[in-house]
Design a protein around this ligand. Sequence first.
Ligand code: ZN
Ligand code: ZN
Ligand code: ZN
Length: 788
Amino acid sequence: MTISPSLQPEPDPTIERKGIRVCGVVQGVGFRPFVYRLASEENLGGFIGNDTDGVTIELEGPAARIQTFLIRLTSETPPLARIDSVATSDLAPNGETGFRIVASEVLGRVSTGIPADAATCSDCLRELLDPADRRYRYPFLNCTNCGPRYTITRRIPYDRPQTSMSRFPMCPQCQAEYDDPLNRRFHAQPNACWRCGPHVWLETPKGATIESADPVAETIERLLRGEVMAIKGIGGFHLSVDATSEEAVRSLRQRKHRYGKPLAIMVRDLTAARMLCDLTPQEEALLQTPARPIVLGHARKHNGIASSVAPGIPWLGVFLPYAPLQHLLFADPRVKALVMTSANLSEEPIAIDNDEARSRLAAIADAFLMHDREILQRCDDSVAALVDNKPQIIRRARGFVPLAVPLPFDAPPLLAVGGHLKNVLTLARGKFAYQSQHIGDLENPTSLQFFEECLHHLMNTFEIEPRTVVHDLHPGYLSTGWAKQWAGNRGLRLIAVQHHHAHIAACMAEHALSGPVIGLSLDGTGYGTDGRIWGGEVLICRLSGPDPASFERFAHLDYVPMPGGEAAIREPWRMAFGHLIAAGFPEDETRELVGATEQEARVMRRMMERQINAPFTSSLGRLFDAAAAVILGRRKVDYEAQAAIELEAIAVDEPDRLQRMDYVPELFAAEKDTDGTMSLRIGHLWRAMVDDVRHGVPKARIAARFHGGVSEGFIAAAANARKNTGISQVVLSGGCMHNRSLSCLLRSGLEEAGFKVFQHVRVSPGDGGLSYGQAVIAAAILYSESTR
Ligand SMILES: [Zn+2]
Ligand SMILES: [Zn+2]
Ligand SMILES: [Zn+2]
């Protein structure tokens, strides 16, 4: 029946229709059911749908109710969602009264964040352990407030067919939950149950199925017997052993060829974590975030954990279960603490695929707890710590990725490949840079393969086709070679960025600083513009102006030889040898202080005299290594910065930092180097330190004085830079900023000296943040060219 126009009722003037666009993390986080509920409660008509930009909502009803809806939209947002912007527009009312959820559309360009993986929520945990629930002990339960996201997503919009759950058709019961807007599982993409979803099973290292009625219970028995288990998780496989068994931990280390590096411990809950570590309220909060990172806490004495878990350091990496399967392991009261370490041979990427795990872990694991939900994105566990009372993400991976960080300039599509160690790549377009998960050290073909996998995944999901590729200045990095070849094959533009400049730019961009700033780039090693190895740098940087690619090197730590190059990183005594000789110590005394044989000393001296494989470095990280070699007598390390970490560890509770002011390096303004920069002379620092060693001053005190001296030296250098330039903003970056004591001493000392100090917030100060800094500088260059 049609109604003639004259018979239509007059439109109610108070009825409005609004179009609403919401951007941010709004997909896969229970946002649509939340909006559905709000609209129903406010009695509004219209619809909501996901699109590649976020969500689109249309609402129709009385103006006042729409207003209330908008207020509630931002004040009652679901826990995993994050609203970045809400834009409204006026539409003509069409009489719609009911509210509905429409199918996802693929519209335009992608900028919405893919949600990160989130730990099992309390509602799901209750169901998991409730014998009356239909999902009792089901290892893959989840809802819109929790579960895997990024690691199972092929592309956005985030919908079941685009995830690795696409091969599990839902049973009628699961489907009914999925379709019911008032259900907690409404459009929960990985929704599943015993009947329709993935399942677990046990295998021998040879790939034969181990028959078991309850593979999880069997896994627990094996762990308690001291076996090494490979357990498939959310972002990859873990290797797990009973953390209270010295023997089990030792056999895991031997089989994995990982000797010194600390192992992470998973415990049942916060109460159990408190038994292992003295936790501050902030650390406890960090432990419980939906990302469930490994948190480095201060270990308690006699906590029952095998001493070989974290030898030589006072911190313990602890984390809480985040997957239902892990909760099931800890549901058995006999399971107290488990080592859960990334399943790989040292320095290879974490294994994710069942076949990959079978072939790579057969010699390590006694048995495998497998499942058939495919992991599409390799993601290690994230690592976080409280540094200077602020949370710092040391390794950004599962739960924190992908990370969209704003850019200060609109960037054309570009790829920044990062550095050599602790690689993270960044794709950028428009106002955002997207940082990948931690990829690892780009030293072998498998990690390069992971890098490429990750790149293609992010290019796909964010639909970014780079036109510029940014790489480090170092000609020998695998990433540089890769970038040149990849860009060459595609005819793309290449931009090279100096390592320590990128560190500072990353921190500047986080605070939207255009500069000029004084940047303290305190780091391990990076290639300098003079071909030497930098790492203790005072830089003047700006991101605006005609030449944002340039920076001024105001001062740096004195150059010293690094005998053996890379070998000096693995063997800090070589670094100490280089430093002591450079500081004027006689060879006999040097040899004795670093514990070298006559033969070793002869080799070192020859390398340095003939300048063969003894590159010069101004690295602060290497100065820390050298100091640790002399103070602690450490000759070799199992991982980069181990010696420096041990030095920090013993200094941590020592208040006597500045008792010996002659520990402070001197800045010789008059003795400018040939390139016009100034050196921080560290000879007398060494003499004071050796003097203390000779007089039997406690190691902790020497270590503390060393930290104090170094920070005072850089504060003095910053003050000198301020006198020369008038700049009073200081930006702190570089891998040494992971050092809690140094970070805190520098920040407080600089503030006392009247500086405004900026530190990293979301991006890592270490090499994990490098690619973001590279992207920032490239964006600045391209922006300045476009406005010329
Ligand atoms: Zn849940
Ligand atoms: Zn089902
Ligand atoms: Zn670095």
